[in-house]
Design a binder for this molecule. Structure first.
Ligand code: ADP
Ligand code: ZN
Length: 762
């Protein structure tokens, strides 16, 4: 058997996802790997598949007990022998498990890092053949990250102490450069294959809403999505309890999680959520690490998180199964106050000196400002997130609240001038609150104390609310007209651009929702509801939906019998695929995505029975429009699929390629970065039928054909042009990062652009 057979037989999938195969082949060649992939991209497969092909055992180090349990359950369901060893077992159970492991009973064992240095485990490691050590959540080893765990350093000692060095594979979803370098360095990876896949989560809809009453918004949302599982994050315990109680009163099957609850209750509530007994979870950010629930259909953040890193991690818990899901952030200016308060009340790190503490504070402040701008921007939210994480993509995604909202440009030059004058008059000594208060003419003790009520610009924008003025100031910050100091006071400063606006050389524009006037949005009116990406199950017609519900019931029966969460039996995606393909026998059932041989033996029969019973053995169309041809000689659905329906089956899009005609429209330039080439290439394709291409994919190909490579020089990862690349027109150039640091990157001249294009022409 090779890796493809394993994928099909045990996991029921036909093909690898982006990056998976590269990493797996490297491991099978005996090379160390570091896989950086966003949540839900499928990291587990990358070590589970090779684990089955390597001769010895794979030891997976994972920080969280809940995660281990989930993984082991899934593996056992798939017919793979695996076990976990952690503090939730008794000493007797641990001995037994290690004994079985040493005897070769398990291909994969999961352990917590603390376990590695115990005498018992050491003894086991000496006796057993360990082919690979896999480090999950590998960023925990980096002191740069937010989740540093000292126990992770024990992994290094453990590997060093082994008689034969195993293959080391490490995985994380954290992408920052510093963390990436740290992992490779601290873990002592040997010439690792490092692979970063795109951070875009195409199936997630991103939205920012500013409802007047957040609790009413949430109640309404949940009423509309009552059949679905979701998480509501709140900044404080008090908020969690408040929302939880309101939902409870409405009869919602809801549970909650925060540090104020006892251990027992937390565990119980978490299980209620995972097992879909209570599919709605209200929680603080203490909840979620290690939660693998794949069918979370929405994540609502009731308060703005403190950083975009935090937000993307929390929001990313939606839609891990790859099906459409929604991530909605409810913003109000009060959130900034809460976030600052939480930041200030965080314990100082004792082993940092004053200077380092100050640096950390600055870093936190910067992160907060990025988060605030996310809530304020009128441009594509996905593009904003990805750009922050260092990826460049098309300027509009078509699946976020800003892309789906029609905006109009409004000239705000006059207001901008008033704001600039005010900041200047007050000698750039105040933050946004005082400036906005002054301009809108607020009459507070604080403003009187500062003496700004007698300023010439006092009340010069009295027709606007304070929030309205702040919105314009924020827009001006994004346009680079105003900056602010990096300390906690965030004093507003004027840039050179401000001068040319006062001089009337430049105008300032602001995008506003068309159907929603300026003041309304400021006052926090919710935006008009928008047309979002459809759910996977939306491709089913009424008969299909009926069958889907029945299959869900079958799944629930199995789940109860087995004491496992339903999604471990089969994901929603798999059930929908059953409704589309209508398998009548084993052969046909095995063509369904997510049905492997082992799961078929275990559960196939009752699902087959239900399908036969519901359809009466007649293959009709249980879905709208056209699906791709299905395997097993089934009838081919008719043509005539609409663009929208095609978008819904986005999982089935073709890999990127170009026709000759499309290629001719490429906007050649003197030089481009790879990411820019990728964006232009992607724009040429038919987005309904074809996946877009990422810069990292092109990079990997250029590395494969020996044009360039990425190497560690003086502790930093550096791209290098090889001889072949120089001939082809690759040149080094200097770029400036968001933080103002200069660094080297590769540029591609028009000859190189042509060569890249040719590669994609079919
Ligand atoms: P991660 O650990 O990266 O967050 P997981 O390993 O939990 O992601 O995988 C997320 C989901 O994607 C799982 O339901 C998994 O079964 C599914 N998956 C992984 N690889 C594939 C594949 N090649 N084809 C289809 N589904 C896949
Ligand atoms: Zn967008």
């Amino acid at each position: 058997m090779n890796e493809f057979d394993i994928l099909k037989k045990y996991f029921g999938y036909d093909s690898f996802r982006e990056g998976q195969h590269t990493l797996i082949s490297s491991i099978l060649k005996g090379q160390d790997v570091l896989g950086i992939m966003p949540t839900g991209a499928g990291k587990s497969i990358c070590y589970q598949v090779p684990a089955l092909l390597l001769s010895g055992i794979t030891v997976v180090i994972s920080p969280l007990i809940s995660l281990m349990k989930d993984q082991v359950q899934s593996l056992n369901q798939a017919g793979i022998h695996a076990a976990y060893i952690n503090s939730s077992l008794t000493d007797g159970q641990i001995s037994k498990a290690l004994q079985l492991a040493a005897a070769g009973r398990y291909k994969i064992i999961y352990v917590a890092p603390e376990r590695l240095e115990t005498y018992e485990f050491q003894l086991f490691a000496e006796r057993a053949e360990i082919s690979m050590v896999t480090v999950d959540e590998a960023h925990c080893i980096s002191q740069w990250g937010q989740d540093f765990r000292p126990s992770y350093l024990k992994i290094v000692q453990f590997i060093r102490g082994m008689r034969t060095r195993p293959i080391v594979s490490a995985f994380t979803a954290t992408a920052t450069e510093a963390v990436k370098e740290d992992i490779a360095c601290v873990l002592g990876l040997q010439e690792p294959q490092i692979l970063t896949t795109g951070f875009d989560r195409e199936n997630l809809y991103f939205g920012v809403e500013t409802p007047r009453k957040k609790d009413a918004y949430i109640l309404g949302y949940i009423k509309e999505h009552s059949m679905e599982s979701g998480v509501i994050y709140c900044a404080t315990r008090k908020n969690v309890d408040m929302i939880y109680e309101k939902l409870l009163l409405e009869g919602t099957p809801v549970t909650r999680y925060h540090a104020g609850l006892g251990n027992e209750e937390r565990k119980q509530n978490q299980d209620d959520f995972i097992y879909d007994r209570k599919p709605v979870m209200v929680a603080t950010n203490a909840f979620g690490m290690g939660i693998d629930k794949s069918n979370v259909r929405y994540v609502i953040n009731c308060n703005m998180p403190q950083s975009l890193e935090n937000y993307y991690q929390e929001a990313g818990r939606a839609g891990r199964d790859g099906e459409p899901a929604e991530c909605i952030l409810l913003y109000s200016p009060q959130d900034v106050v809460i976030a600052r308060f939480l930041m200030d009340s965080r314990e100082a790190k004792p082993d940092y000196d004053e200077g380092e503490q100050e640096l950390l504070r600055e870093r936190d402040e910067k992160r907060l400002q990025t988060m605030i701008s996310y809530c304020m921007t009128k441009n594509c939210l996905r593009e904003y997130i990805l750009r922050y994480f260092g990826e460049f993509t098309a300027p509009e995604c078509g699946n976020c609240s800003n892309c789906l909202q029609e905006f109009e440009q409004i000239d705000i030059t006059e207001d901008a001038k008033k704001i600039i004058s005010c900041i200047r008059e007050l000698h750039q000594r105040y933050g946004i609150n005082v400036i906005a208060g002054t301009l809108s003419g607020a009459n507070t003790a604080k403003l009187r104390e500062y003496g700004v009520t007698t300023a010439a610009s006092y009340a010069s924008m009295a027709e606007k609310s304070e929030a309205g003025v702040k919105q314009i100031i924020n827009q001006m910050m994004m346009d680079g007209i105003i900056s602010h100091t990096e300390d906690k006071y965030a004093l507003l400063r004027l840039t050179a651009k401000a001068g040319s606006i006062l001089d009337g050389e430049e105008a300032v524009f602001m995008k506003l929702p068309k159907d929603n006037g300026l003041s309304e949005r400021y006052a926090g009116e919710g935006k008009a509801s928008v047309q979002r990406k459809a759910r996977r199950s939306d491709i089913l017609n009424s008969k299909g939906l009926e069958l889907f519900d029945r299959l869900r019931e079958v799944r629930l029966i199995y789940a109860k019998e087995q004491g496992t969460p339903p999604y471990i039996i089969f994901s929603d995606k798999t059930l929908v695929d059953m409704c589309v393909k209508l398998p009548f026998d084993r052969e046909e059932m095995l063509t369904v995505s997510g049905v492997g041989e082992n799961k078929f033996e275990k559960y196939g029969s009752r699902f087959l029975e239900e399908i036969l019973r519901s359809t009466g053995g007649v293959k009709e169309k249980y879905y709208f429009g056209d699906q791709e041809e299905t395997a097993g000689g089934m009838q081919n659905p008719d043509a005539g699929e609409s663009a929208k329906q095609r978008r819904q089956s986005s999982g089935k899009k073709q890999e990127f390629s170009l026709t000759l005609e499309q290629a001719q429209q490429f906007p050649y330039a003197q030089r481009y970065l790879l990411t820019e080439i990728a964006v232009h290439l992607s724009e040429l394709r038919d987005e309904n039928t074809m996946k877009k291409i990422a810069g990292t994919q092109i990079q990997r190909w250029l590395e494969e054909i020996g044009f360039q490579e990425e190497k560690r020089i003086d502790g930093k990862w550096q791209k290098i042009i090889l001889e072949k690349g120089m001939e082809a027109g690759l040149v080094m150039g200097t770029r400036t990062s968001k933080l103002g640091n200069e660094y080297e990157d590769i540029f591609y001249d028009s000859k190189a652009q042509k060569m890249i294009l040719d590669h994609f022409i079919r």
